[in-house]
Design a protein around this ligand. Structure first.
Ligand code: NDP
Length: 282
């Protein structure tokens, strides 16, 4: 039976360190880091994330400012608000809560955030640094996965790592971070599935990370014996939250596995806070 990688546990020691950092910055007279979250409309899932960001920030002594707009705000209007946050010396980190209404282009909006205030590490300049292996700020979910792997104690050097999903916030940055640790990294996506090759790739994975958003897409029977399995997916199915991996079967084969909920999720918000503190320190 697999050992559970408990995100809350791993987050705890990182949070203790951040709390101490923030306290000593305040004692030095530098004030508290301030994270501004730009949100548009009333998406119910976003409201849950916003509450958890607010609670995490409060817990660590970080100031969290929610800047909300109605769905009628235009792309130009939002760009001008972001520019205002960039020049505001009292704001140290900025993020845009997704999803945004369809008329707003998050990919383009992120490019207007000052790279030095980019809390999610998704500005092209920060992603470029990550590509070059020089990134100080990484997208929080990808960073959370790397922390869980570190916590497992499993060495990545020379391991077969398979990432399922190639989004800009999870799969792609994570594949670069695995590469930096010398894992032999394969990235799968929709075409892998459509070509009928997903199962074969999963079956080779010594390190498997799935970030797709489809309930139990990866069957437990596909998992290699002794693999480390990180399930990023959050899906509502049958009145409960499930991941992208068929957990009950997968835990019989894996050496380590994250539960959903309680695995990657609780660490993601901690990584956002860590980025905020790093940006504040400059
Ligand atoms: P996106 O929708 O942006 O990306 C999903 C990726 O999965 C795409 O690259 C897509 O490929 C790929 N994909 C879709 N269907 C298949 C398939 N059948 N086989 C293989 N690949 C497929 O999602 P995110 O990366 O933002 O999020 C993924 C999941 O992780 C979601 O459930 C989300 O809720 C969750 N999440 C959890 C977080 C946490 O903290 N735990 C944080 C962020 C996200 P293509 O583009 O080629 O179609």
């Amino acid at each position: 039976m697999a050992i559970l990688l408990d995100g809350k546990n791993v987050a705890q020691s990182i949070k203790d360190g951040l709390r101490r950092d923030v306290l000593s910055l305040k004692k030095e007279g530098r004030g508290a880091p301030v994270l501004a979250c730009v949100a548009v409309g009333k998406d119910p899932a976003s409201a849950v994330y916003i509450r958890s960001q607010d609670a995490a920030a409060r817990d660590l002594g970080i100031e969290y400012r929610l800047i909300s707009f109605g769905e009628d705000i235009t792309q130009e209007g939002l760009v001008s608000e972001i520019r205002g946050l960039n020049t505001d010396k009292g704001i140290h980190a900025v993020m845009i809560q997704s999803p945004l209404p369809k008329h707003l282009d998050i990919g383009k909006l992120v490019g207007f955030i000052l790279p030095a205030k980019d809390a999610e590490g998704i500005h092209p300049e920060n992603l470029g640094r990550l590509f070059l292996g020089q990134g100080k700020i990484a997208p929080p979910t990808a960073a959370a996965c790397m922390e869980l792997l570190r916590h497992s104690g499993v060495k990545l050097f020379g391991k077969e790592a398979v990432v399922v999903g190639h989004s800009n916030i999870v799969g792609k940055p994570l594949s670069l971070m695995l590469l930096k640790e010398f894992a032999t990294t394969t990235v799968c996506h929709i075409a892998t599935s459509e070509a009928g090759k997903l199962r074969d790739h999963v079956a080779r994975a010594e390190i498997l990370i799935v970030a797709v958003g489809q309930a139990q897409l990866v069957k437990g029977s596909w998992i290699k014996e002794g693999a480390v399995v990180l399930d990023v997916g959050i899906n509502r199915a049958g009145g409960r939250i499930v991941g992208d991996v068929e957990f009950d079967e997968a835990q019989k084969r894996a050496a380590y596995i994250t539960p959903v909920p309680g695995g990657v999720g609780p660490l993601t918000v901690t990584m956002l806070m860590r980025n905020t503190v790093e940006l504040f320190k400059g």
